[in-house]
Design a protein around this ligand. Structure first.
Ligand code: ZN
Ligand code: ZN
Length: 387
């Protein structure tokens, strides 16, 4: 970095950084997921943390707040981070909540990152899973994938496994729906006719009885989570799979110290966009409930009108292990819930196992065809003897 660029950049002052120096040796303390306290990687000294849950109240959604957008020049600002441990200077993005020295790896927390956003986190779910535990979760998950190649267990090379606190919105809302539609109930009637040789026959015919119904449905939706980051946009289904597993009762008041030694992100999907997504989910779930209330064997013309009231939100940081692994030159992604260890990800399929399955399917279909044929031959034989 040339001197002119360096001088042009605003310097992150050391006193603005959040660090937790070890009282015994001066090294940086980091947050330990297993013990839920700060510990020194150098001398082993520990420092207890006490968490509170006093400030976690839901915030009501005001029109002004919901329409506030992300600052337009948000990615452009860069800062100069002078490492408090070795003195090296690294250029960092102003929106990066956790900083890591490019030279000695020493980490610090940049409280300014949260100030680039209108809404600061209300709560954080501290990591529970350390790196070895996350790796074990991944290996166990992989072992359960029996359509994966046998060599995958030994051949998968983990690439850049990192623990990151990702930004989320949670939404609450009271939904009230009025619905109207027609339900069709099946019933059977005996129909008499004559066959080609003039003999009387009866057969069962299905009819549908249509009736108009209407009703109301209400439900209070609590803590619907939506991801406020775009960094996992290509893994949306995996995000949803591990999201369900978070126990939000363990969320504590936001305390930047649990970020020490980890990575974090500020939100890149603003409240308005997150809210839009949540409202769509609420309406879809209401529609499903009303569909169920209408019932019947068939339905037509179901109309649902949903009103959402008492909408509120919280901004949270939740822990996630994000990783990829290489297998035979190809990259596969997976995520591990940083609280529970639930894994979701992609994996290669063994062509041999797939071929075997297809063959097995064909054999089964062949066997079924054979026995059905046998049965039909048998019944047609017996009918021949009927008078
Ligand atoms: Zn120490
Ligand atoms: Zn350094």
């Amino acid at each position: 970095m040339d001197v002119a660029t360096e001088n042009a950049l605003r310097e992150l002052r050391e006193r603005d950084l959040l660090r937790a120096p070890c009282l015994s040796c001066g090294s940086n303390l980091t947050f330990q997921a297993e013990t839920q306290q700060l510990a020194c990687g150098h001398c082993g000294a520990t420092q207890a943390l006490t968490f509170s849950q006093a400030k976690l109240a839901e915030r009501p959604l005001s029109a002004q707040l919901a329409s506030a957008e992300l600052p337009a020049d948000r990615v452009s600002e860069q800062l100069l981070f002078s490492c408090p441990s070795c003195g090296s200077r690294t250029r960092v993005n102003a929106e990066q909540p956790t900083l890591s020295c490019g030279f000695c790896g020493s980490r610090a927390i940049n409280p300014e990152a949260q100030r680039t956003r209108l809404i600061e986190p209300a709560g954080v779910l501290p990591f529970r899973l350390e790196r070895p535990a996350a790796t074990t979760s991944f290996r166990t998950w992989l072992a359960g994938k029996w359509l994966a190649p046998n060599k995958l267990q030994s051949g998968a090379v983990l690439d850049n496994l990192h623990g990151i606190y990702l930004p989320f919105w949670t939404f609450d809302a009271q939904a009230y729906s009025e619905w109207r539609g027609e339900r069709g109930d099946h019933y059977y009637v005996s129909v008499s006719s004559t066959d080609s040789q003039g003999r009387p026959t009866t057969r069962q015919e299905r009819r549908t009885d249509w009736s108009s119904r209407s009703g109301t449905h209400e439900h209070f939706y609590d803590d619907l989570l939506t991801l406020a980051s775009r960094s996992l946009a290509n893994q949306q289904n995996h995000v949803e799979a591990v999201l369900d597993d978070y126990d939000l009762a363990a969320v504590v008041d936001y305390d930047a110290r649990v970020l020490l030694g980890w990575e974090a992100e500020v939100y890149s999907i603003d409240l308005a966009e997150g809210l839009e997504e949540a409202r769509t989910t609420f309406r879809e779930q209401e529609h499903d409930s009303c569909k169920q209330a209408l019932g019947g064997d068939e339905q037509r013309g179901l109309r649902v009108s949903t009103t959402l009231t008492e909408e509120s939100f919280k901004h949270l940081l939740l822990p996630l292990w994000v990783c990829a692994y290489l297998y035979q030159g190809k990259l596969y992604h997976f995520l591990v819930n940083g609280q529970t260890g639930k894994v979701s990800g992609s994996h290669p399929y063994s062509p041999w196992k797939i071929a075997f399955l297809v063959l097995l399917g064909l054999l089964l279909a062949g066997a079924v065809y054979y026995f059905v044929n046998q049965y039909q031959t048998a019944t047609s034989v017996s009918t021949d003897y009927q008078p």
